[in-house]
Design a binder for this molecule. Structure first.
Ligand SMILES: Nc1ncnc2c1ncn2[C@@H]1O[C@H](COP(=O)(O)OP(=O)(O)OP(=O)(O)O)[C@@H](O)[C@H]1O
Ligand SMILES: [Mg+2]
Length: 370
């Protein structure tokens, strides 16, 4: 990876009171790249960011910034000279400094003219130039967040570390600010590591996504890779509710109520977990099978249908008394969810044919059958 000018986290582990909360993490962020670190509450995201920033002492591993060592367990470069810009959840502007004063805070070694120019440039970048003489308490949450971003960018850091920077904002403002932030970060060419626990936000912002679980990076890759080829059921679940079934591998495929799914690499006769995204279930009217043609893999009964806006959410019962799966593989009613683009609202009790998009179905070994 060509990230000599960015951030390189290598073999980093961290424990609090003997409890390991960051476990052998390797993660690189190249210049101009935006990597989102995602994962559930308590999985170690903030701890990792604090270690990268130099706000906590490194116990194991190394942190490199701009191609030189910023921290080892023996030696550490203090946060203020690491060349990192920090934006945390609560913005934390200095209340006793006006906007320009806040942005000027990290600008050492510049003369008055250069400093004024730099303040003007970054305030213009975040569209806040006309607020330069205001005080933090006179700004909205979104405006404070922009100033926090400008303050962090002003000293031209090599690395930006953002911890849930949009979580204090309401939905609409959040969409606007994250769009602006993405453009500002991309224009500045800085290496950015951003923490969020919102999968959609990560998909929106990230060049690459690192999914963290219990202190470890469970998968890391482009959004299309982690979404399209999740390495575990945990990663698949992280990007939205999924249908989870079990099945048995026979002839290199797992028979599901919706048809077979290729079981690449899984042992014959093993019981495996099948994870199907709701958008992987395609619904159509039930039509009689044509001569020689294949009938629908599965017929399901609509339990409820709801419009969510851009898509519809359909609750289906399969394999119950009024629905049926193939070859008696499903003997009891099973509830699944399908997501259909646009408005699709069948009536309760309607019968629909269900086809499976195999690209939206994933097979994983069960934890108890390694
Ligand atoms: N200073 C501390 N002393 C002891 N334990 C801590 C300390 N800071 C964090 N922890 C513990 O380390 C674990 C990881 O915490 P961390 O703040 O890194 O999680 P996180 O992924 O950022 O979670 P969230 O999404 O809720 O912000 C948690 O179990 C937390 O309780
Ligand atoms: Mg956190």
């Amino acid at each position: 990876m060509t990230n000599e000018s960015g951030l390189k986290i290598h073999g980093v582990s961290h424990a609090f009171d003997g409890q390991r909360v960051v476990d052998s993490v390797d993660l690189g962020v190249g210049a101009g790249e935006l990597v989102c670190l995602v994962g559930p509450s308590g999985c170690g995201k903030t701890t990792l960011l604090r270690l990268a920033a130099g706000l906590a002492r490194l116990q194991h591993g190394t942190i490199e910034i701009g191609g030189s060592l910023a921290a080892t367990p023996e030696r550490t470069v203090p946060p203020e000279v690491r060349g990192v810009g920090l934006v945390f959840q609560d913005y934390a502007l200095f209340p006793h400094l006006d906007v320009a004063g806040n942005v000027a805070f990290g600008l050492r070694g510049l003369n008055a003219t250069e400093r004024a120019q730099r303040i003007e440039t970054v305030l213009a970048q975040v569209n806040m130039l006309e607020y330069r003489s205001m005080w933090p308490h006179q700004l909205s949450g979104g405006q404070q967040q922009r100033i926090a971003l400008a303050r962090a960018l002003a000293p031209r850091p090599r690395v930006m570390l953002l911890d849930e920077p949009f979580s204090g904002l309401d939905t609409r403002l959040r969409a606007q600010i994250r769009d602006d932030t993405l453009h500002v970060l991309k224009e500045s060419g800085v290496a950015t590591l951003m923490v969020t626990h919102d999968a959609e936000e990560a998909m929106f912002m990230a060049d690459r996504i690192a999914v963290m679980n219990r202190g470890r990076i469970e998968q890391e890759g482009k959004p299309t890779e982690v979404y399209g080829r999740p390495a575990s059921a945990f990663v698949a679940r992280f990007f939205g509710e999924v249908n989870e079934l079990r099945g048995i591998v026979r002839n290199r495929a797992v028979v599901t109520p919706f048809g077979p799914v290729a079981a690449n690499g899984h042992t014959e006769a093993a019981t495996v977990q099948v994870v199907i995204r709701p958008e992987g279930l395609k619904l159509s009217p039930v039509t009689p099978a044509r001569d020689g043609g294949e009938g629908p893999a599965c017929i399901a009964k609509v339990m409820a249908a709801r419009l969510l806006g851009r898509s519809s959410w359909i609750h289906l019962d399969i394999g119950g008394p009024s629905g049926h799966g193939p070859a008696g593989e499903t003997s009891h009613a099973q509830h699944v969810h399908a997501r259909v683009p646009g408005s699709f609202l069948p009536n309760e009790g309607d019968m629909l044919a269900v086809h499976l998009d195999p690209n939206q179905a994933f097979i994983f070994a069960l934890p108890e059958t390694p």
